[in-house]
Design a binder for this molecule. Structure first.
Ligand SMILES: *Cc1c(COP(=O)(O)O)cnc(C)c1O
Length: 381
């Protein structure tokens, strides 16, 4: 099946009991057993729920994987992957990670004796000198947030595989429509389902997709033992959201392109970070590993002050000033004070994340209205 067909059909079968075409919300915490431990495959809903099962199959199919596991948030899914490790183990990851991932690695798991190396992964060769016997995981996020750097997944996988290092990719920004890390050799894909998969800014959820049965069992053991499971109602909402994933992504991409082109030619705009520009430093890699360039972009103002950036963010009317991304509605965000506030300023600036940087999650509205909104806000700056 091709992507759009999978988005509509994968994992979803008419309900065996009634023939209901849409998977019901199995709002139950437990299941009746015929005799002790003799049941229909469902014993207690932390372990399994039919609505969640359907969603896990759908996400696995979209990611070209055998298995899917859903969690109560993207951070819950990331947490499960890190719990595969032991004290003393080392992780190599990038220096412009999602702020919440950075916070978890640095402030939670370093206390548990796991060591993290935050480096520039846009140059895969930077990995090699850090590898030792204790290196167990390579954690990749691409496109990166908010600077839209692109990491060459295949090149990183080649180095990791030679050294028996597990590769996990945070595929949240790309969505499975734009990028398929498992096909590029990654072992695990992580999603903040909250974003494009859910697509309507009404659910917090995370997911993993993968191919290895043993690894799936280990991660399921962690999911069931630690308990970060999603609700059946949220699983239903995401199953519904996924049906339009292809259509939404196509519009996110075409609107994103138009806005990137509008901004880059605007006299008040400084730098525009969007991987679709031929002069973007990682454009060729983006072209190779992604089907399009997505609806996420960032920019600075020529007058590079936080004051002017604030004025712009207060002046837009259609764009909502809010954290998060990937919903049908357009959002505007100030990484330095919002999503990336947990990264110390020194670290932030060192990694190119200036105080005046503005991030857009371009929605699926009519493009003329979005451009008008940005144009009149820029006028006031
Ligand atoms: C939002 C986000 C997360 C965290 O997901 P939650 O669902 O908010 O827990 C992780 N990675 C990226 C890239 C994100 O955008």
């Amino acid at each position: 099946m091709k992507f759009g067909t999978k988005a509509v059909h994968a994992g979803v079968e008419p309900d065996p009991l009634t023939g209901a075409v849409m998977t019901p919300i199995y709002q139950t915490s437990t299941y009746a057993q015929e005799s002790p431990s003799k049941h229909k495959g469902y014993a207690y809903a932390r372990g399994a729920n039919p609505t969640r099962d359907a969603l896990q199959k759908s996400i696995a199919a979209l990611e070209n994987g055998q298995y899917g596991l859903c969690f109560s948030s993207g951070m819950g899914a990331t947490d499960a992957v890190i719990k595969l490790l032991n004290p003393g183990d080392e992780v190599i990851t990038s220096n412009d990670l999602y702020g919440g991932s950075y916070r978890m690695f640095k402030k939670v798991y370093e206390r548990f004796g796991i060591k993290f190396h935050f480096i520039d992964l846009t140059k895969a060769e930077n990995i090699t000198p850090l590898i030792n016997q204790k290196t167990k995981l390579l954690w990749i996020e691409t496109p990166s947030n908010p600077l839209m750097r692109i990491i060459d997944i295949k090149a990183c996988v080649a180095i990791a595989k030679k050294n028996n290092i597990l590769v996990a990719v945070d595929n949240t920004f790309a969505s499975p429509y734009l990028q398929s890390p498992l096909l590029l050799g990654a072992d695990i894909v992580m999603h903040s389902v909250t974003k494009y998969l859910g697509g309507h800014s009404d659910v917090i959820m995370g997911a993993l997709a993968l191919n290895d049965a043993k690894l799936r069992d280990e991660l399921f053991f962690i999911l069931n033992s630690c308990g970060a499971v999603p609700s059946p109602n949220d699983c239903f909402l995401v199953l519904r959201g996924i049906k339009t994933l292809q259509l939404r992504m196509q519009r996110h991409c075409s609107n994103g392109r138009r806005i990137a082109e509008f901004l880059v030619s605007h006299p008040k705009v400084g730098k525009v970070y969007w991987p679709g520009f031929p002069d973007h430093p990682n454009h060729e890699i983006a072209k190779n590993q992604m089907t399009d360039f997505g609806g996420m972009l960032s920019f600075t103002l020529k007058d590079d002050s936080q004051e002017k950036a604030n004025l712009l963010m207060e002046s837009v009317e259609l764009f909502t000033l809010a954290e998060s991304l990937g919903g049908v509605e357009s959002l505007i965000n100030h990484p330095a004070s919002m999503t990336h506030a947990s990264i110390p300023k020194e670290e932030r600036v060192k990694n190119g994340l200036s105080d005046s940087l503005i991030r857009l999650s371009v929605g699926i509205e009519d493009i003329e209205d979005l451009i008008d909104d940005l144009a009149s806000a820029l006028e006031k700056v």
